[in-house]
Design a protein around this ligand. Structure first.
Ligand code: NAP
Length: 279
């Protein structure tokens, strides 16, 4: 039987800590404040915005909304970023991505000061991950490490196999685990004999966006599996990259979907806001 590594449990512990720290900041008259920068009214952005506001309010984090029309040009968006950068009462900014296609997304993301880039989307934040400089990691990558820490999974000297090499999750989580002295192998769509490689890992991170693509032939007993994928199966039910039912008779530790890494990601976002405010 697998041991289920509940992300909800991890998120609850992070939220409790964040609420305490936010209350100290509020009592000192410097409430942790998150700017939400949204261009246009895409339904997924609006839904993410609603959940971010609800979560922030529950934790005592103030929100400042910056809304621009869907046809806003680079100058208008860069102007909003400049305002956020220059306002000392704003500590972090969540920019709803992907930005509309007509915009120079890279220039806009890079314009946000790294110390306010709590979602780790700009080049300055990436540079920090690949070096030893301070900066915020993308929240999903940080969520993977938070889950390992919470459940006491050692990384030093361990073999880690990361399946997926995107800038959002595969590459940053690989670099963060490397920094923790894991021996990291990164796999991708051109990797050959993937199941031979994944079986070698003590820890396997699946981040490909392929619904239930990885069944028991990819794993061995005793592994820790972090399933980052957020997909929907033929019945429309949310599922991960790992075929959870198929591995359900294996002796592995695994994050579920839903209720796994995704639950921790938003908690990390709020943790980053409080860290930025404390700094
Ligand atoms: P992405 O940009 O599409 O990257 C997918 C990666 O998977 C690519 O590196 C790709 O390899 C690799 N891949 C695709 N098919 C493969 C195959 N057959 N074998 C091995 N590797 C393969 O996606 P992403 O943004 O990284 O997201 C990955 C998943 O994580 C998605 O399900 C997404 O919804 C989820 N996600 C979850 C959270 C969360 O909070 N839980 C946050 C962000 C993303 P190539 O580079 O060779 O194309």
């Amino acid at each position: 039987m697998p041991i289920v590594l509940s992300g909800k449990q991890v998120a609850a512990a992070i939220n409790e800590d964040v609420a305490k720290r936010a209350s100290v900041l509020a009592d000192a008259g410097k409430p942790a404040t998150l700017a939400l920068l949204r261009i246009g009214e895409r339904s997924d952005d609006l839904s993410y915005e609603r959940s971010a506001i609800k979560r922030a309010e529950a934790l005592g984090i103030a929100i400042r909304k910056f809304e621009l029309p869907a046809d806003a040009d680079d100058d208008a968006v860069l102007g909003a970023v400049k305002e956020i950068n220059e306002d000392a009462s704003i500590h972090g900014c969540l920019m709803f991505c992907p930005l509309p296609k007509h915009l120079n997304a890279q220039a806009i993301m890079d314009a946000l000061l790294p110390e306010k880039d709590i979602d780790g989307i700009g080049s300055g934040s990436f540079a920090a991950i690949f070096s030893d400089r301070k900066g915020f990691a993308p929240c999903t990558a940080a969520a993977c490490l938070a889950v390992l820490d919470y459940f006491g999974v050692e990384t030093e000297g361990k073999r880690v196999v990361v399946v997926g090499r995107s800038l959002v999750i595969g590459k940053p989580v690989s670099m963060m685990l490397l920094r923790r002295n894991a021996t990291v192998t990164i796999c991708h769509s051109r990797s050959k004999n993937l199941s031979d490689i994944t079986k070698e890992g003590d820890i396997v991170v699946c981040a490909t966006g392929r619904a239930k693509a990885y069944g028991k032939e990819y794993f061995r007993e005793g592994q820790v599996i972090l399933d980052v994928g957020v997909n929907f199966d033929e019945q429309g039910n949310m599922c991960g990259d790992v075929d959870f039912d198929d591995v359900s008779d294996m002796d592995v530790s695994i994050t579920p979907v839903p209720g796994g890494i995704g639950s921790v990601t938003t908690a990390i976002l709020m943790q980053h806001v409080v860290e930025a405010a404390e700094a």
